[in-house]
Each structure stands twice: as structure tokens, then as C-alpha cells.
Design a protein. Structure first.
Lengths: 119, 518
């Protein structure tokens, strides 16, 4: 339903990709690790290799957790906006088909947080 | 010129009321009334007889001034006494001061916004009865903002996190939640605004705000805050009645109004409860001497009181907002999820946080037997171990936020406390994320509005959290440090852990000086 307004109401979306100086916003959260209360957001260059994303921004955000160093990325299970997603670690963000404001989640089988308690 | 002497006639109460409220309006003769009041019809609310409005209070401006001036005199006498007797040192525990910080940063600016909103609709309603009522509420809200700021200025002389309350309300990430809530209401039409603020916030949810803060102040020895609470209380009773009156008025005027009002009640109950996440957290984690748990407050003030209210509205065809089902499921999780978030993201807050003590956790287990020990205690215990090991857990990443309520996406699925909820949709080639089905429904009803949300984390990425003199091309440019400088947050003083903070040390030292000779 369109907005109810006294006059014409047509404004551009505030968070269009062009407003991010060449980066695109990508979100990622680590399932079963609720020590991190929510997923994080990053402005990523589209030509950033996915492996660099994992080793850089993602590791910086989640690296404090003792499970992080044990992750075998070849077994991680990913979703993108709720649908199955298989990233190619050697390809870039763009080549992996990731677009602005995609939301990734990953699960790491065998690693279910501290004491297996999803922490 | 000689004026003919007239015998002075004192007006009776009823007569005076008629002259000083209804008598202030007039029929326009040379302007179309729709041109004078262009905003009270576009929302689709149909009013056939504005005179059918019942003034719940019959208050006239002259007695309004008299009452308010009397309350003001009493209040300022107590505020002065509080200042002169170092009242800030009589509070239960220095942790309490953090609730005062949250109040002045998060809540007092909303009172001011409410003043603006009611002033606006006090101009826009064509019925003179509601116009006068809204004008008085507008003045009340201005007074509340002022007295709150004045009462809390006593704390600002000694503690951090309050001196930039206006700037922080506008820019600090966590404060964008209450700010955007009110801006959403104020950018609706006059009927939506009064449903959102006058009814949903001031009637349905008001006790859930008032009790924790004001009883919390009383329990924790904060005379200043307690007094402004009580000074505002008689106004709040009038606001509640106005809120209820306006809802009944809309529902009685035309059956076509019912679905519109229901839609707003659904939206604003949800928006209100999302904002109250902060209050739930304050109540369960921040008050050193607790009043009651969030869960208990919800049972009394929502389930019992509002249950009766919604049963009363059934005769108009109004039903309990469906989101309440989810609020019930989140009841025993809300405050815990929020404190976990604030604990780890403490670098960007203007108040201090701490881990609950053993005693605190035992109280929480007792109040939340189905959730605390199973889901939250183990997290706090792990973080305790990390603090003791000298490496406290802290995050510096920017959270993903909900497009509507703007809260970081920390809410778990209503039926599964181990999985974070995420909802997602597309609109005109852009994608959007939500914490819940309810925020998504609000978005989808008016996407043109919410695509403009200023999401705090995104603004950092866009370079908006920078002072004018910042040079992001400089070699040594540090975006995180620049964001703190832009937010006017002094790292290590305004933010971080309570124990060991400057505020905690000063409080202990000053209280020691006040109560001993050494």
C-alpha cells in the first residue's frame, strides 16, 4: 500500500549502493554462537576475494571466540537471505553473486559454541 | 474616554469552561475550512460531528496555569534541596546513575518531540475541543522535558555521559531507536500521531515506562527524579484520558475509521514494545534496588490492565493487536538479550555496563525460571571468566539493524531462543531486513517512508559519522576514532565497563568524604 500523505511523496532509498563510495554492504552472522548478539555489517569492495573477507573482517569480528580458529571453511554451511549458498573462496564478492545488503549466515558443523551450549 | 462601569460578573464553572474552550473557535467566513485545516482528512478518518467530542477534563487555560505553577514551585524547591545536600551521593549505588543517563539521553528528548507533535496537531484539528486539549498536552510535554533536564543537571555536574544528551540523541547509534520511533509518529498525520503517542504510548504502555523509572528512582533514593515523576503524574492521567477519548471518538464517528484505527494500534503497540526493550533492560539489569521484573510489569500493566481495555473496545470491532502473541513469547527473553547486546557493544554507549553478580543472577533465575539459567546465565558466566582472565569480551563490529525499529538484529525466533530471527523483502530493486514479521508488515504498509530510515551503522559506512574537519584521505585516518569524536563520546570515560570507571571511582571517593573524616 502506498504511503498516505498530504502531498506527492517520492524520495529515493537512503541506502542505495551508490551512497557507499564503491563498497557494498554485506551482513554475516554465525549461527549457534550467541555470544555475538547479532550479525555484523561491513562495506566490502565487490572485488574482494571471499577468502580475504573470511580472513579479514569476519575474523576480526568473530575471532575472539575459541571456536573460530577451529573452523574448517570447506565444511561451513552458508545461507544467503535464508536460501542455500555455496561461496567459492577464491572468487570475489561480486563473482560469488553477492549483491548490496545480502545477508549471510554460516553454520560450522561440530562447533556449537562453548560447551555445546550455542554460546 | 470614560468607560461605563459594569458590575463585575463572575462566570460559573460551566460557563467559564464554555467561553474559554469552545468559545475560542469560530466559523470562518471568507476562507474554506478545508484550507484552514488541510491535514485532518488525508488519513481517511471521517469525522461528522466535531462537537460530539467530550472534553474529559474541562480544564481551562487559567486554571491550567495555576495548577502547573503550584507544582513547579514544589518541584523546584525539592530539586534545589537535592542539589544543596549533594543528593547524588544518597542514591543506592553508583550503578543507578546509569539509568539517569539513559533517561536524559533517551527519554527527555522524546518529551520535547511530544511537545512539538502536540503543538502541531493542536493547530491541525478543526474541532476546538481536541485543539485545546492538545495545546495543553503540548505545554505539559515541554514542561516535562525541562523539569527532567533540570533535575538531571544535578547529576551532570559530577558524572559523564549526560552533557551531550541532545547531540547523542540525534547521532549515537542506540539512541536512534527512540528517536526514529518518535519521528515515525510525528511524520504521520494528526490522527496517527495521537493514536501512536496519545493512545498506544501514553495509555497502553505508559505504566510500563513510568513504574520502572519513577518507582526505580524512589527505591534507589533519587529524590530529584522521583519528584519530577510525581509532578508529571497528574498530567499523565490527563494525557491517558485524552488518548482514550480520541480513540473512542474516531471509532464512534464512522465505521470506516475502525480498520484504520486497528492498523495503527497494531503498528504502534509493536513499535512501542520494541522501544520498551530499553526499559525492560533497565528494570532487570540496571536498577541496583529492583522494583519488579519486566515480566511482572508486563503481566500487571499489559495483560491485566490492557486486557480489560481491549475487551472494552471490542464493541467497536477492535481486537487485541496480533503482535501481542510474540511479545508474550519474548517476555522472558527481552531484557537478557538487550543487556547482552549493550554489554558487548559498550564502546558506543554513553553509559556504563557490568556483568550481573551471583546475587543478581539468582534473582534473574527466580524471576525467569524458564529462560535465564538455560540460555543467559551461561553467557554471563563465560564473560565473567573472560573478564577475570583479563580479556573481557567486547565487540567492535557494526551490528546489522532492523530497517524499521533500527534495533540490532539480536532478537531470537519467537519459538527458538537459540536462533536469531531475520526477515527479508525487496522493494524497487533494494533489499531490506527486519527483526520480525511485525516490523516487516509496518514496512510493507508504507515502504516509501521506511526506505528513508537513517540506519546508524550504514551512516558510518557512508562517511556521515565524521566531523567537518575530518580528512578520510589522510594516511593515519582512523574511522573508528573519528566516529567516536563525531559522536562526542570520550573513549574510556563515557563508555565501557562500570567497575573501574571514573564515575564509579568518584562516587565512592565523594561518598567516603561525605560519610567519614578521612
Amino acid at each position: 500500500m502506498p504511503v498516505n500523505a498530504v502531498a506527492d511523496y517520492d524520495f529515493p532509498a537512503n541506502d542505495r549502493e551508490e551512497n557507499f563510495h564503491g563498497a557494498r554492504v554485506i551482513y554475516a552472522g554465525w549461527d549457534k554462537h550467541l555470544m555475538f548478539s547479532s550479525p555484523y555489517a561491513w562495506p566490502l569492495p565487490p572485488d574482494l576475494p571471499f577468502a580475504h573477507f573470511l580472513a579479514g573482517p569476519l575474523a576480526e569480528a568473530f575471532g575472539q571466540h575459541p571456536d573460530f580458529a577451529k573452523i574448517d571453511w570447506s565444511h561451513a554451511i552458508w545461507t544467503k537471505n535464508g536460501e542455500a549458498f555455496t561461496p567459492d573462496l577464491d572468487k570475489t564478492i561480486a563473482e560469488n553473486g553477492l549483491i548490496h545488503k545480502d545477508s549471510l549466515r554460516f553454520e560450522t558443523p561440530g562447533l556449537d559454541g562453548i560447551g555445546g551450549q550455542f554460546i | 474616554m470614560d468607560m461605563p462601569a459594569k458590575p463585575k460578573k463572575k462566570l460559573g464553572l460551566k460557563e467559564r469552561y464554555a467561553v474559554m474552550t469552545r468559545g475560542l473557535g469560530w466559523e470562518p467566513s471568507y476562507q474554506d475550512i478545508d484550507d484552514i485545516f488541510p491535514m485532518d482528512s488525508f488519513e481517511g478518518i471521517k469525522i461528522h460531528d466535531w462537537d460530539a467530542w467530550e472534553d474529559p477534563f474541562r480544564l481551562t487555560m487559567d486554571s491550567y496555569w495555576k495548577y502547573q505553577a503550584e507544582k513547579e514551585r514544589k518541584l523546584y524547591a525539592i530539586i534545589d534541596a537535592f542539589a544543596q545536600s549533594n543528593g547524588h551521593l544518597t542514591v543506592s549505588d553508583p550503578r543507578y546513575i546509569n539509568t539517569v543517563k539513559m533517561f536524559v539521553n533517551g527519554f527527555a528528548p522524546l518529551e520535547y518531540m511530544s511537545h512539538r507533535g502536540f503543538a502541531h496537531i493542536g493547530r491541525q484539528f478543526r474541532g476546538v475541543g481536541p485543539r485545546v486539549a492538545c495545546m495543553m498536552q503540548s505545554l505539559d510535554e515541554m514542561r516535562h522535558a525541562q523539569t527532567q533536564v533540570h533535575a538531571i543537571s544535578n547529576y551532570n555536574k559530577y558524572y559523564s555521559g549526560m552533557e551531550n544528551f541532545r547531540h547523542h540523541h540525534d547521532y549515537l547509534p542506540y539512541l536512534q531507536v527512540p528517536k526514529s520511533f518518535f519521528e515515525d509518529a510525528a511524520t504521520g498525520g494528526p490522527f496517527e500521531f495521537i493514536t501512536a503517542i496519545g493512545f498506544s504510548f501514553e495509555y497502553v504502555l505508559t505504566n510500563l515506562v513510568f513504574v520502572p523509572f519513577i518507582s526505580g528512582a524512589a527505591y534507589n533514593g533519587d529524590m530529584g527524579a522521583m519528584t519530577f515523576g510525581f509532578s508529571a503524574q497528574s498530567d499523565e492521567a490527563r494525557h491517558m484520558t485524552l488518548g482514550l477519548e480520541v480513540i473512542k471518538f474516531m471509532l464512534e464517528q464512522d465505521p470506516d475509521n475502525v480498520p484504520i484505527v486497528q492498523k495503527w494500534l497494531n503498528k504502534w503497540t509493536w513499535r512501542g514494545v520494541r522501544v520498551l526493550t530499553l526499559v525492560a533492560m533497565m528494570q532487570d539489569y540496571m536498577l541496583p534496588k529492583r522494583v519488579m521484573s519486566w515480566a511482572e510489569a508486563w503481566e500487571i500493566y499489559f495483560e491485566e490492565n490492557c486486557g480489560a481495555l481491549f475487551r472494552d473496545l471490542e464493541r467497536y470491532g477492535i481486537v487485541m493487536p496480533p503482535c501481542v502473541e510474540q511479545v508474550r513469547k519474548e517476555r522472558d527473553h527481552l531484557s537478557h538479550m538487550a543487556w547482552c547486546q549493550f554489554y558487548q557493544a559498550r564502546g558506543t554507549s554513553n553509559f556504563h555496563v557490568w556483568l550481573p553478580s551471583e546475587e543478581d543472577m539468582d534473582w534473574l533465575s527466580q524471576k525467569y525460571p524458564d529462560t535465564f539459567d538455560q540460555y543467559y546465565r551461561p553467557r554471563f558466566e563465560e564473560w565473567r571468566r573472560m573478564e577475570e582472565a583479563g580479556a573481557p569480551f567486547k565487540t567492535t563490529g557494526i551490528n546489522m539493524q532492523c530497517q524499521v525499529c533500527q534495533i540490532p538484529m539480536f532478537f531470537t525466533e519467537p519459538g527458538d531462543p537459540t536462533r536469531l530471527a531475520q526477515h527479508h523483502c525487496h522493494h524497487e530493486g533494494e533489499q531490506y531486513h527486519f527483526c520480525s514479521q511485525w516490523c516487516q508488515e509496518i514496512f510493507e504498509d508504507e515502504p516509501e517512508k521506511y526506505i528513508q530510515s537513517a540506519i546508524a551503522g550504514h551512516d558510518v559506512f557512508k562517511g556521515k559519522a565524521m566531523r567537518p574537519e575530518a580528512d578520510p584521505t589522510a594516511e593515519d585516518f582512523n574511522p573508528a576514532a573519528e566516529a567516536l569524536a563525531f559522536w562526542k563520546l570520550e573513549n574510556g570515560r563515557d563508555n565501557g565497563l562500570h567497575y573501574g570507571s571514573q564515575d564509579e571511582r568518584n562516587f565512592s571517593m565523594w561518598r567516603g568524604l561525605a560519610s567519614s573524616n578521612s
